[in-house]
Design a protein around this ligand. Structure first.
Ligand code: NAP
Length: 281
C-alpha cells in the first residue's frame, strides 16, 4: 500500500475503508472482510456508534497493531477539554487499542479549542499518533489553524471528482495539512460517479471501472480516500487501483467534472448549524 507522510513524520496509507452508516451489528463483519481483502486503514467515528465493531474485528484479525492505521473522530457532544479527553479514553476502550493513529475533530462546532488541547495532550501521552480536523472549510480552517500551536495534520473533507476542494488546497499546503476525502464515490446515491460516462470511458483503456478511476484520481492527487462498501467484491475493486496511472490529460479531463468545489453541504447554513448544535451540543 502506498503511503503519505504527515507533518510529524507519521506514515499514513493512501487508501482506507470507511464505516459511516454501517450498523453496529454489521460493522464487525464488514471490517473483517475489509481487512481480509487488504485494507489496513479503517475510518470510524464516535458518532457512527460502531467503534466496538471495528475493535472486535481488529482483535480477531490477528493482524499486528503496528500494521494497522485507525482513525476516529471526536463528536460535537464531546467537545471541550475535559469531555474530549474522556471521550478519547472511551474510544480507546471501544476500539480495544492503546493508541489511535489519527484523531480528528469531526465538526467545527462547540469548544473546538478545548478539544484540541485534549488532543495535543493525548498526542504527548502517546494515546494518539496524529491529530487533525474534519469538515473545516476554508475560512474556519484558516482561523483555527492560525491560533493552534500544533497545526492540524489532516483535514477530512467531502472530496470526489464532482466536489474537488481545489479552493482550500493552498491553505492546507501552508500548514502542511494533508487532505483526506470522505464520500470519495459520492456517498449515498452514488450513481452520478460510479456510472459516470467520462470516468467509465477512461477506465476502459485500463480495464477499470468508473469507481476505480474516481479513486485513482484522488490518490494520484495525494489525497487519502476512504471508500465504504458493505460488499466484499466492491471492497476488493476499490482497493485495486495501484496498478495503473492516469495520464496528465486524463487527470485534466476529470477536473472538468467539478460541480461544487467546496462540497454539497453548506456548513454555514443557520438551519444546519442550529440542528447540529441543538441536537448534539
Ligand atoms: N468526516 C465526515 O463528516 C464524514 C462524512 C461522511 C463519510 N465519512 C467517511 O468517509 C467514508 C466514505 O464516505 P461515504 O460512506 O459517505 O461514501 P462513499 O464511500 O463515497 O460511497 C459509499 C457508497 O458507494 C457504494 N459503493 C462503494 N463501492 C462501490 C463500487 N465499487 N461500485 C458501486 N458502488 C459502490 C456503497 O454501496 P454498498 O455499500 O452497497 O457497496 C455506498 O452506497 C465513510 O464511510 C466515513 O468513514 C466521513
Amino acid at each position: 500500500m502506498e503511503t503519505i507522510r504527515l507533518s510529524n513524520g507519521v506514515e499514513m496509507p493512501l487508501l482506507g475503508y470507511g464505516v459511516f452508516l454501517v450498523s453496529p451489528q454489521e460493522c464487525e463483519r464488514c471490517v473483517t472482510d475489509a481487512l481480509e481483502v487488504g485494507y489496513r486503514l479503517i475510518d470510524t467515528a464516535q458518532a457512527y456508534y460502531n467503534e466496538e465493531g471495528v475493535g472486535a474485528a481488529i482483535a480477531k484479525s490477528g493482524i499486528r497493531r503496528e500494521d494497522l492505521f485507525l482513525v476516529t473522530k471526536v463528536w460535537i457532544s464531546n467537545a471541550g477539554e475535559e469531555k474530549a479527553a474522556r471521550s478519547i479514553d472511551e474510544s480507546l476502550r471501544k476500539l480495544q487499542t492503546d493508541y489511535i493513529d489519527l484523531l480528528l475533530i469531526h465538526q467545527a462546532y462547540g469548544d473546538v479549542f478545548g478539544s484540541w488541547r485534549a488532543m495535543e495532550k493525548a498526542l504527548e501521552e502517546g494515546k494518539v499518533r496524529a491529530i487533525g480536523v474534519s469538515n473545516f472549510q476554508a475560512a474556519r480552517f484558516f482561523d483555527f489553524a492560525h491560533y493552534v500551536d500544533i497545526k492540524p495534520m489532516v483535514n477530512q473533507l467531502q472530496c470526489n471528482v464532482m466536489t474537488q476542494q481545489t479552493g482550500i488546497e493552498p491553505l492546507l499546503r501552508e500548514t502542511q495539512t494533508r487532505m483526506m476525502a470522505w464520500g470519495p464515490l459520492g456517498g449515498q446515491g452514488v450513481d452520478g460517479i460510479v456510472k459516470n460516462e467520462t470516468l467509465a470511458a477512461i477506465g476502459e483503456k485500463y480495464g477499470k471501472t468508473a469507481a476505480q478511476v474516481a479513486l485513482r484520481w484522488l490518490t494520484q492527487r495525494g489525497i487519502v480516500a476512504i471508500p465504504k462498501s458493505s460488499h466484499k467484491e466492491r471492497m476488493k475493486q476499490n482497493l485495486d487501483i495501484f496498478d495503473f496511472a492516469l495520464s496528465a490529460d486524463e487527470m485534466e479531463k476529470i477536473c472538468t467534472l467539478n460541480q461544487h468545489d467546496e462540497g454539497t453541504i453548506n456548513f454555514s447554513d443557520p438551519a444546519f448549524v442550529k440542528y447540529l448544535i441543538e441536537t448534539y451540543g
